[in-house]
Design a protein around this ligand. Structure first.
Ligand code: NAD
Length: 503
């Protein structure tokens, strides 16, 4: 099959710009292990140029600056971007699938979500105009106060490879809606669709410098965003380890950060359920996006009375999942994104085995696929609370199973983790679902499902899964600073000191 990989450069100040170092990074198709193109490698020098461009766009001082434009003007551009994404949906989905390995059907779904997210924040940008100067009720009539919501400035947006364009959109759309200008730094493992977003920005005539997109390797290039004095905020999605580094760099300048980090989310299944319905949600919750989802419910906590019957079904369903090249029709599990991740996941599985866990199904490369970073859907039992496979984020198609006998025990097992991103409960008893939802220590809870996500609802975690919320109105607030204005409205003097003229 032939792929049309558009040759792209860095996107700075509305133009394609070669990286100053002239270096490029190969794009590897994880299904074939072949290099299919390359992306430019930005360095700190390119970051400097991009930050300067974003700063000029923020405060252009000619009545055309992005930060002072009305929300309605910004909305127009966001809607134009959404329309172009929809127009190019099949090309973008294909590029996404061959870049990060996700099944084409899922990539197509992502593109709908990308367009929907730009549309949604266009509405919120317009709504922002009406919310300016919101009055605050005060206990003194001599004063009047109101609130201005202002864009925070130039923002640095750092994103991962598992939903390359969608994770970028969750940041770019609200940042631009708020009036910020931005530098987007996608993951070096999957940047193609973000560079196509740059092309779309050119097509719709987004003012130069409003969005700059820098691809590339080199922790120093990315870290320099966090430590740059002209970058007012960093919004980061990625691993907890990198998030901690970004936060450390930003802390030197007391720079705000929002962090969307990893997870090890539980799914608690009670004994009053329909086994087939539950089995499908359990598998979807862990194996969707090739198991590479921050919120994957990868710890199954099942009532002991149904564990054996449910496990039989899970194993049967798993063996039936179509593992193939993501572009093949009906693919439901593609390859892992890179050799590094592939080897990391296999190491997790071999460590689990050596610690005494049992691999019920999967655990290796599927026999019918000789090349590509493929791993079968894997289910592991006989795990203990202290095993690495139960405690650490695998970020691959690996489900671990433990049983419980009481609701209290299930909640204790679910919350016994450093992470706090997602959690799911499956039961026909609404009161029980309500109780368990409240008891979960997580930012997102699913009842009788796992993973659905809507751009209108907040997304984010607790504990080491990070802080701050993306999406919904919370996502917009991430990029706004609140300015409180108080006016003295009485005709009378304040009268605290005696007037010299009256002495
Ligand atoms: P990662 O932490 O390796 O990289 C994320 C981004 O940070 C990439 O763009 C990378 O180039 C950049 N980066 C790496 N080192 C850096 C440094 N020193 N300074 C600044 N930036 C640096 O994560 P990943 O492997 O790309 O993504 C997988 C992780 O992302 C998983 O842990 C997953 O749970 C998490 N994730 C979280 C969410 C969420 O919403 N909470 C969503 C998707 C992915």
């Amino acid at each position: 099959m032939e792929y049309l990989i558009p040759p792209r450069e860095l996107f700075i100040d509305g133009e394609w710009v070669q990286p100053i170092c002239r270096k490029r990074i190969p794009i590897i198709n994880p299904a074939t292990e072949e290099a299919i193109g390359d992306i430019p490698a930005a360095t700190p020098e390119d970051v400097e140029v991009a930050v300067a461009a974003a700063r000029r766009a923020f405060i252009r001082n000619k009545g055309e600056d992005w930060s002072k434009a009305s929300g309605a003007v910004r909305a127009k551009y966001l809607r134009a971007i959404a329309a172009k994404v929809t127009e190019r949906k099949s090309q973008l989905a294909k590029l996404e699938a061959i870049d990060c390995g996700k099944p084409l059907d899922e990539a197509a779904w992502d593109m709908d979500d990308v367009a929907g997210c730009f549309e949604y924040y266009a509405d919120l940008a317009e709504g922002l105009d009406a919310k300016q100067k919101a009055p605050i009720s005060l206990p003194m009539e001599t004063f009047k106060s109101y609130v201005l919501k202002e864009p925070i400035g130039v923002v640095g947006l750092i994103t991962p490879w598992n939903y390359p364009l969608l994770m970028a959109t969750w940041k770019v759309a609200p940042a631009l809606a708020a009036g910020c200008t931005a530098i987007l730094k996608p993951s070096e493992l999957a940047s193609m669709t973000c560079l196509e977003l740059a092309d779309i920005c050119r097509e719709v005539g987004l003012p130069p410098g409003v969005l700059n997109i820098l691809t590339g390797l080199g922790p120093e290039a990315r870290a320099s965003l966090a430590s740059h004095p002209d970058v007012a905020k960093i919004a980061f999605t990625g691993s907890s380890a990198t998030g901690s580094k970004v936060m450390t760099a930003a802390a030197q300048l007391v720079k705000p950060v929002s962090l969307e980090l990893g997870g090890k989310s539980p799914i608690v299944v009670f004994d009053d359920i329909d086994l087939d319905i539950a089995a499908e949600w359990i598998l979807f919750g862990c194996f969707w996006t090739n198991g590479q989802i921050c919120s994957a419910t990868s710890r199954l906590i099942v009532h002991e009375s149904i564990a054996s019957e449910l496990l039989d079904r899970l194993v049967k369903w798993s063996k039936n999942i179509k593992v193939s090249d993501p572009l093949e029709e009906g693919c439901r599990l593609g390859p892992i994104v890179s050799r590094g991740q592939y080897e990391k996941i296999l190491k997790f599985i071999s460590t689990a085995k050596s610690e005494g866990a049992t691999i019920q199904t999967g655990g290796t490369r599927p026999e019918h696929l000789k090349t590509g970073f493929f791993i079968e859907p894997t289910i592991i039992t006989d795990v203990t609370n202290s095993m690495q496979i139960w405690r650490e984020e695998v970020f691959g198609p690996v489900l671990c199973v433990k049983t419980f006998s009481t609701e209290e025990e299930a909640i204790q097992l679910a919350n016994d983790t450093h992470y706090g991103l997602g959690a799911a409960v499956i039961s026909k008893d609404p009161e029980r679902c309500d109780r368990v939802s409240k008891a979960f220590q997580a930012g997102i809870v699913w009842i009788n499902c796992s993973q659905p996500c809507f751009c209108q609802a907040p997304w984010g975690g607790n504990k080491r899964s990070g802080f701050g919320r993306e999406l919904g109105e919370w996502g917009l607030e991430n990029y706004l600073s609140v300015k409180h204005v108080t006016q003295y409205v009485s005709p009378d003097p304040w009268g605290w000191y005696q007037s010299p003229s009256k002495l």
